[in-house]
Design a protein. Structure first.
Length: 486
């Protein structure tokens, strides 16, 4: 572009006159006047405290240029890691029923998915059929006991049109960059070795029809207005629940299913849905490494998914180190009620911020997805034998119309509202006693999330491109700092 134009429009005459005056001054004095220094960018600060007195509350801006002397977090935009797909939770059958039947449905959806009026969630996990948090056991191809349907003539997602799909479509309107990962708890009963969605296994002779079933699901959801970005073959394949849908699947079986059936059938259907292996706890890295390392499966598998119920988040880094090109996703973690219910908010905020929002993303997670988006005050609806003290992102009491936004909401919000899809994690050093993670957004802005899990206030200095600011992070405080591009 010509240096005399701005956006194709000639520079104003006053600007050219000023330039001539400056030139004359320079010639007559022999001095070159430096351009005025750019003002240091203001730093937006949002805070949640363990006692709940502040909940994602805007604080007075911090200022670059007034810092120094404390332990320092140095944000390094020149060091980059993984891209971010989003933060969110699962719209289970139970969650969808509660939200869709709440008199405050529109408010709930806005506070969850609108980045301006709420926390701007951009990731959802969608169950393929029933999970343990459902009001009944169902698949998308149910036939009478003893019958089968290898042509999938009875396939239908009509069940989901009552509550789930309307909410998914609304979420997509509020969050156009919504990323959806889908996961089956069980194949339809007639495909299973015991004729039930509870217990039993998927025999190898039914891998092809199960792959067809999953392809039909992806196609049906896309036709219903909900594209499926990624798919895992089996929820918690090392778990064999005795009272709700589930199906164990060995790493060898999963590799064969992906390499011989699911991958080729997704390709043949022209679908670009990604396949994520494993979808279970941090405490087993051999399983995802086996699937990712299988030559046949590796042609189709895009990464691995993890849950939080065993092990530590550094397992994600171990898998990343073994398979650097594989995506890492954190696809399930539920909070639970503390032994002292009054401590639940603080306990959940600290644990999830430490292990999921910060720990998950510092260990290569492109997405962080919690479990139920909503539960009722009795921690349900939930099937017998499943988690009876799980907490949701929200608690909805449709008998009274009350809606509570739990610690999960605020832990997610400290990331989802400020770290948008397409952001990239950038370098930041770790401090003893203050955990942190930093991101550069697609618009060039920076977001730094910091947690002080200790019992005393921690003064910190943040350094970025030669500028510094100070902040006193309260005991138990979770803060997000944001600032515009240089």
């Amino acid at each position: 572009m010509d240096h005399k134009t701005r956006g194709g429009v000639a520079a104003p005459r006053a600007g050219r006159a000023a330039a001539l005056v400056l030139s004359a001054i320079t010639l007559s004095t022999g001095l070159v006047l430096a351009p005025p220094a750019h003002a240091a960018p203001a730093v937006g600060v949002w805070l949640t405290t363990k006692d709940g007195q502040s909940k994602l509350a805007r604080q007075p801006d911090a200022e670059f240029g007034a810092g120094g002397g404390n332990e320092t977090i140095t944000v390094d935009p020149g060091t980059t890691y993984q891209a971010v797909d989003g933060f969110g939770a699962a719209l289970t059958d139970s969650s969808a029923w509660l939200v869709n039947n709440s008199p405050r449905r529109d408010e709930i959806m806005s506070r969850l998915f609108d980045a301006d009026t709420g926390i701007g969630l951009t990731a959802l996990r969608q169950v393929v059929g029933a999970s343990d948090f459902a009001r009944s056991t169902y698949s998308y191809d149910d036939v009478p006991a003893g019958e089968s349907d290898y042509e999938l003539a009875e396939f239908s997602i009509a069940h989901d049109e009552a509550d789930i799909l309307p909410l998914l479509r609304r979420a997509g309107e509020l969050a156009p960059e919504l990323n959806v990962v889908a996961t089956p708890w069980s194949a339809p009963a007639w495909m299973k070795s015991n004729g039930s969605m509870v217990g039993g296994e998927l025999p190898a002779q039914n891998y092809q029809v199960f792959a067809d079933y999953l392809v039909r699901f992806v196609q049906a959801y896309e036709q219903a207005g909900v594209p499926i970005d990624s798919l895992t073959p089996q929820n918690e394949p090392l778990n064999d629940p005795p009272s709700y849908p589930g199906s164990p699947m060995s790493p060898e079986a999963q590799a064969a299913f992906i390499g011989n059936d699911l991958g080729p059938k997704l390709d043949a259907a022209g679908l670009d849905t990604k396949i994520l292996a494993y979808d279970h706890n941090w405490d087993d890295t051999e399983y995802p490494n086996h699937v990712l390392g299988d030559a046949n499966a590796a042609r189709y598998v895009d990464g691995a998914a993890f849950h939080c119920y065993g092990g530590t988040p550094d397992a994600q880094s171990a898998v990343h180190d073994a398979h650097p090109d594989a995506e890492i996703h954190l696809t399930e973690c539920s909070g639970t009620e503390s032994e002292d219910p009054a401590a639940t908010f603080g306990d959940t905020l600290t644990w999830q911020a430490s292990n999921l929002i910060i720990g998950g993303t510092r260990n290569w997670a492109r997405s962080v997805v919690l479990w139920n988006l909503a539960l009722d005050p009795a921690h349900g609806p939930v099937m017998d034998g499943a988690c009876d003290d799980c907490t949701g992102v929200t608690t909805i009491d449709n008998a009274t119309g009350e809606v509570d936004y739990n610690a999960e909401y605020y832990a997610l919000g400290h990331a989802s509202k400020f770290v948008r899809p397409g952001a990239v994690r950038i370098g930041s050093n770790e401090l003893d006693g203050v955990q942190n993670v930093a991101f550069r957004n697609p618009d060039g802005s920076t977001a730094l999330i910091a947690l002080n899990p200790g019992g005393a206030e921690r003064p910190i200095t943040v350094s970025w491109q030669g500028q510094e600011f100070d902040y006193a992070l309260p005991a138990g405080g979770l803060a997000t700092f944001t600032w515009p591009p240089a």
